[in-house]
Write a protein of this length. Sequence first.
Length: 217
Amino acid sequence: MSGGIDSSVTALLLKEQGFDVVGVFMRNWDFSDEKGKSECTYTRDRKDMEDVCRTLDIPAVFVDFSKNYWNEVFMPFLQAYQSGLETPNPDVYCNRYVKFKAFKHYVNDKLGIEDLATGHYARIKHITTEEGKTEVNLLTAADPTKDQTYFLALTNVSRPRSGLSHCFSYFVGRFIEEYSLPYRRSDKETSQRNSKREITFIKYFNKKRKYGNMFYW
């Protein structure tokens, strides 16, 4: 759970269906070495998540995967750009190597939780073949304007639940109001519901930084 409306409504819907829900906030970036004013506000996002969990009366857990993110997402991202052979997408890398790998193992093994649910807009369908084997298909969400299958295409989706697979975005907003879930209004547009920032990070560096042989502004 990020504290944003999509993961918050996912937790709400699963609880309404009778599941024992635990909210887990995942930190993926260490801001201790950033200089100047940082736009990354994980402490505020974590508080938002804890407020939602308190409202839903579910446990809130915090876990740090910043090292995993650095080694398996950030540095490979820079190296791929440097090679000039591809245009990498850090959100895809994060889903594959952090959220649905390291994080999933943490949820299953450390917390003893069977299923991982996310607030992604995507459908998962299990099909039994003639040989009796089960195949897992990743399908587009009911709301094509919010579909996120592109970002999940390289993940193992055999077990996770995609909480908003059959939801349209305007229904998600109605759930927030109907159940009085806390959300923080945008600093720029107070009439717009809060959406958490995407993982993509390069544009948020406000000073010249050097990583290996590459500079970023």
